[in-house]
Design a protein around this ligand. Sequence first.
Ligand SMILES: [Zn+2]
Length: 240
Amino acid sequence: MVFSTNHPLNGKASSNGIHQADKNGSLAADDLGEAHIGTSLETPLKPDAFALSDEAKMQNIEGHFRAIMDILGLDLKDDSLQGTPKRVAKMFVKEIFNGLNPANKPRVSLFENKFGYDQMLVEKNIRVQSFCEHHFLPIYGKAHIAYIANGQVIGLSKLNRIVDYYARRPQVQERLTMQIAEELRQVLHTEDVAVYIEAYHMCVQARGVEHQDCTTVTTAYSGAFDREDVRAEFLHAIKG
Ligand SMILES: [Zn+2]
């Protein structure tokens, strides 16, 4: 999987201001994570990330998670707890983090734009369900996507599947937004793409500052969406 970060018209991600990075690079890794700052636009993966089979990964994770529960003092012989390590391992590998593996990337079929629709298409309220890579707690909210077709159109449900694929990784919201936008530019062969995500972060709600009502908004605009009138039409459509 290649995620280009030097694309000339790469969408610009911005957030609502709570994620301001210290640009002089003096933050320690702990501080970076605590401030919910991501370090790269590509998901940081080891070169041998998929050397182990899913089965081997689940077995390893099960053992390690059992150790964590044991250290916490939980009685793993209890009927309610004994299946948890295995369940967590399966959930990590097969469900909530299965978007790490490029083998699970959705195949996208394009259709010829025979009817010549050349206006903006907006897909609103796409469910976003991800996990913060700093705390492994849920990020949940909605994505709104728009594009202007360049000869070919995409099956609508594929937009949801693309969001899901990139969400099923440990993430930071800014990277998730830009990865979705880049994927759309590539599969749709157009720069005219907009992605808007508004989400709650459990690591802000349940720990740290424990603010319940705060959401984070991130956006990626490119091509025609750099124009104020086009962007205004998109923002009007998603608010309506
Ligand atoms: Zn977090």
